[in-house]
Design a protein around this ligand. Sequence first.
Ligand code: TYD
Length: 213
Amino acid sequence: MKKGFLISFEGGEGCGKSTQIKKFVKYLEDNKFDFLCTREPGGTEVGEKIREILLMSKENLSSETEFLLFSASRRKLLEDVVCPALESGKIVVLDRFFDSSYTYQGYAGSLNLKDIKNITDFATSKLKPDLTILLDLPVEVGMSRKSKDEKLKNLDRIESKGTVYHENVRKGYLTLAKKNKKRIFVVDASQSVENVFEKIKNEFERRYKKTQN
Ligand code: TYD
């Protein structure tokens, strides 16, 4: 039985997810929480190999193939890292989870959402985050943040998919948030880093406290 707390971070390109995760991890460290932070795709040796195929493959990958690879990486990460940590009572911070598949391969990649649900339920044994932070930002703002960042000038396979694709990612996330009001907390990521973090921290504290009673 799961005893810990699972929090996932989601958002489109350039939304500041990595910065916020770093701050959140520092906050957990400073407050002596027992936690673990990992990422999708990746997080295990096999998962990191799958990540390389997904982000760097020169071959064309259909949304179907992409989704199955993401799901395989997801299953491996849950079995080896996430579930054992939750069982031992840890807070698990996940940089992307199945919501990314619904948005990138479903809403933007045109896969049937029912198929995504069936395979995701199988891959995750229906494990859901206790809280999902969605960093919402207009696509043009995210893209211009990315292109300003020297290190990120070489876009990976998914980042290079174009504006329409990324507009659909954003719309998909907002649709998911409407359908999962309790689980998904939307933060306007165009605010300052400090303001965004404050909102995330407050929501986490509120939700985490509830599970401790
Ligand atoms: P990453 O470099 O981790 O990007 P980011 O910093 O934006 O999280 O690459 C992950 C990429 O994989 C990102 O473009 C989103 C995409 N992705 C999917 O398309 N489907 C998925 O199920 C997951 C987990 C990620």
